[in-house]
Ligand binder design. Structure first.
Ligand code: G6P
Length: 614
């Protein structure tokens, strides 16, 4: 949610910053801006409503010189997306410029205080007050920029990742974070700054992830200095980046989303690699092994997550209850954090997040921690905030996901949950050896099965044309496939803007069936599983009301073929793993319908990939 980039070094800052903004555009894309200190010490700020490309068009005729700068791509929270509300924001005298990701909760009182002192604001954002305050403190307390930032941040309530530059000091960027991510890249005589490592990776693999309430001082000719808000110096821990550049590019696909859908056979192989032994007789997640007793003694598992990760959590609930016989509750992190949840000794909280930065999930973790729970994270983004906030966990290892609609992260999350359930079940002895071995073998075969589904991409594209102009969709599934139906509906909503609802198939008759007529497409997941016959009855109920049924069926199925209007076959697999395979055609269907409608598939309206505000 909002992308931040900064550069200080010998290169021209503008191209580095613009490229960085493009890489971070998935975080927000309603307006963008850049601040540069030119050779003759002018602090130039250019901003524009719209995407980074609009900013480029706007800035190309301007003075874009300078070896130091900061830049921002916005997802509006306070103040509509327009030029004035875009970041960077100047201070009152225009000698400072600041960018911000997060929300300043007490900005109205701070702003009123500044206004009473005669300051006039130029935007409706919560952000502008910080840079005004910093300048005011510099002037009244006669302190340097870094000290003023420290003092100002003591007054600020809320979440922030900020970066500031000053025309009085063209060799310095001051950056700070609290609850919003910030990474510093360290090159040869140059520094990079960004919300995540994607803008940095092509220049250096040495990075420092800032922690909450830390301030980074990037100064030309000096080593990186990190302080806390109380001016205590902290030794920065330099980490080596594992991401490579090709993972951040489209690799010949028209959209990141399509690339990421097609990557899934490989990403799931990476997810499984090293965690299942050669013979397929053991599943080892180091986080589970390290905390074996906690998992064996667990009385209950609570899973907290948002969005697609919440759907993965619902599948996790089935897996863990089914295989490990541990009761599981799945909670929206945003609801959990504002209840007074009962956490008992022996409860384990699992937090699932692709980005590892979702504000609600982080807050749910902190709440559960404060009540004494053991917290296990399942994340994709290495080094992000959630893996650092949890006691232990597992990465899903599917590589950076850039398309805003999650695809490969979802299947990676379900794959890790499958391995987690198998590993606990084996140790608890709640699964017999034959079932365990069969499931592990099936799991190892999932990448090949996904590759087979992907062979049908063209056919799904053709089918999608029939539904380009549909206004509504219903997705149905039961058991393990109910969450897959929810996820299929979410994919369609997110990228095509068609209204879609996911339901447990049998629940239709309690109300939603009133919606069915010849205009209503219904996607029914009807793979051959333990409730296959029941699902068929539910499909019959739809057909009796003339609904158009697109069924996801197991290879070789004949029964549903005779009832449904359209069928997409997926390879047979063990029932607990069907949602992984069944999700793939739903991802493709949503993708192609959105493309037919001319939607911006990778950056759908109003959404952001990393939701760092609540
Ligand atoms: C945003 C994204 C969704 C994602 C959700 C949770 O809404 O657009 O795709 O599922 O956040 O994100 P997380 O990174 O915690 O999985």
């Amino acid at each position: 949610m909002c992308g931040i980039v900064g550069y200080l070094g010998c290169r021209d800052a503008y191209p580095v910053l613009i490229k960085g903004l493009h890489r971070l555009e998935y975080r927000g894309y309603d307006s963008a801006g850049i601040a540069l200190i030119s050779g003759d010490n002018e602090l130039n700020v250019y901003k524009s409503k719209g995407k980074v490309a609009d900013l480029e068009r706007f800035a190309e005729s301007k003075d874009i010189s300078g070896n130091i700068g900061i830049a921002h791509t916005r997802w509006a929270t306070h103040g509509e997306p327009n030029d004035a509300n875009a970041h960077p924001h100047y201070s009152q005298s225009r000698s400072l410029a600041l960018i911000h990701n997060g929300i300043i909760e007490n900005y109205t009182s701070l702003r009123a205080e500044m206004e009473s002192k005669g300051f006039t604001f130029r935007s409706n954002t919560d952000t502008e007050v910080i840079v005004y305050l910093v300048e005011y403190i510099m002037q009244t307390n006669r302190v340097d920029l870094c000290t003023a930032v420290q003092l100002a941040l003591h007054q600020v309530v809320g979440a922030y990742a900020i970066a500031l530059i000053s025309k009085e000091n063209p060799d310095e960027i001051i950056a700070a974070r609290k609850s919003s991510p910030l990474v510093v890249g360290i090159g040869e005589d140059e520094f990079f700054l960004a919300s995540d490592a994607t803008p940095i990776v092509e220049y250096t693999d040495r990075v420092v992830y800032l922690n909450d309430e830390e301030i980074a001082i990037l100064r030309r000719g000096e080593a990186l200095k990190v302080l806390n808000l109380n001016n205590v110096e902290i030794t920065p821990e330099i980490k080596k980046l594992a991401v490579n550049l090709s993972q951040l590019e489209k690799g010949g696909f028209p959209h990141f989303m399509l690339k990421e859908i097609h990557e899934q056979p490989r990403t799931l192989q990476n997810c499984i690699r090293g965690r299942i032994n050669m013979e397929g007789t053991n599943v080892v997640l180091s986080g589970v092994i390290d905390n074996r007793e906690k998992f064996l003694q667990a009385k209950r598992i609570i899973i907290v997550a948002c969005g697609t990760s919440w759907h993965a959590a619902l599948i996790g609930e089935h897996l863990i209850e089914d295989l490990c016989r541990i009761p599981v509750e799945v909670e929206y992190a945003s609801e959990f954090r504002y209840r007074n949840p009962v956490i008992l000794p022996g409860d384990i909280v699992i937090a699932i997040s692709q980005s590892g930065e979702t504000a609600d999930t982080l807050a749910a973790i902190e709440l559960a921690k404060s009540k004494g729970a053991f917290i296990y994270g399942i994340c994709n983004a290495v080094g992000s905030s959630i893996p650092r906030a949890t006691h232990s966990g597992s990465y899903i290892h599917v590589g950076p996901e850039i398309g805003v609609a999650s695809t490969k992260a979802f299947t990676g999350q379900v794959t890790v949950l499958s391995m987690l359930a198998l590993s606990i079940a084996r140790q608890k002895d709640t699964i017999d050896v034959d079932t365990f071995t069969r499931l592990v073998k099936e799991l190892q075969d999932i990448p090949n099965k996904i590759a087979k589904v992907l062979e049908q991409a063209e056919a799904i594209r053709d089918l999608s044309k029939t539904f380009t102009y549909a206004h509504n969709f219903i997705y149905l599934g039961r058991g393990y496939n109910y969450p897959a139906a929810l996820e299929g509906a979410l994919k369609l909503k997110e990228i095509s803007y068609i209204h879609a609802e996911g339901y447990p198939a049998a629940e239709m008759k309690h109300g939603p069936i009133a919606l069915i007529d010849a205009e209503m497409p219904v996607v029914a997941i009807a793979t051959t599983d333990s409730i296959y016959e029941k699902t068929i009855s539910n499909i019959q109920e739809i057909k009796a009301r003339k609904g158009k049924v697109i069924a996801i069926v197991s290879e070789g199925d004949e029964t549903v073929h005779n009832i449904a209007d359209y069928c997409i076959e997926v390879p047979r697999t063990a029932e607990p793993l069907t949602p992984i395979v069944a999700s793939i055609p739903l991802q493709l269907l949503a993708y192609y319908i959105a493309v037919n409608k001319g939607r911006d598939v990778d950056q759908p309206r109003n959404l952001a990939k990393s939701v760092t505000v609540e």
